[in-house]
Design a protein around this ligand. Sequence first.
Ligand code: ATP
Ligand code: MG
Length: 256
Amino acid sequence: MVHAIDFQDVAKAFRGSALNAVDHVSFTVAEGEFVTILGSSGCGKTTLLKMVNRLYEPDSGKITLFGEDISRADVVKLRRRIGYVIQQVGLFPHITVGGNIAMVPNLLKWDKAKTEARTEELLALVGLDPAEYRDRYPAQLSGGQQQRVGLARALAADPKILLMDEPFGAIDSITRTRLQDELLSLHRDMGKTCLFVTHDIEEAFKMGTKVIIMNEGKILQYDTPEGIILHPADGFVSSLVESARAKEAFWEKFKS
Ligand SMILES: Nc1ncnc2c1ncn2[C@@H]1O[C@H](COP(=O)(O)OP(=O)(O)OP(=O)(O)O)[C@@H](O)[C@H]1O
Ligand SMILES: [Mg+2]
């Protein structure tokens, strides 16, 4: 079976560091799966994600997307086929919101009417009124609004693979819940393959059809949320699950 994403023994160390930021990682993602990557700060989540669209090259190992070895792919074409929401949002400051969203459609030379319709549709989807926001510049938006434009931009050209690096980090919990639900229904309807980084355990277990738990560059467990909760692979994973349970116990106290 051809996997959407396949990592075989992939390692990456940054210059000057004795440790591997990503340490001999192997996993596969079936097409249509929504995989969340959970782990504490500095464990290698962003590094792993950036190797999928070759913003970083691995030192060793092999990455294939739909059976194609990406080290041999044309890097520009590869990136246009992959939606990417970066952790620091990264909108182009001198280009309007509409222009940012239309970036890849323009590179792909979509006709103007199709691109405009798509831009409006996506702004509405992420909860920003097109009439109000399309012609603003990123600096004229709040941090959470910028993140939502980042998500719209990643979805613009309807990529089969979507990489998201803490896309909801700067968003209040009400909007965040709504966007999580939107993204889940989008995923259900369009069958995209998603890799979604978060350090929020509830978000990881809510969004993921499967969850990767990382620590110090390694994958400790890769399973369904249920599999992880019922059978944590080691002490680190069980303490993570316990911390979520402790939070739940806190809210139980206020139940009427
Ligand atoms: N460009 C870089 N040069 C050198 N070291 C780096 C670079 N990028 C990341 N690192 C190091 O690699 C390790 C993994 O970093 P990475 O950004 O992948 O972590 P992360 O899991 O995404 O963390 P966070 O949750 O804080 O975003 C860290 O120790 C970090 O300091
Ligand atoms: Mg990161």
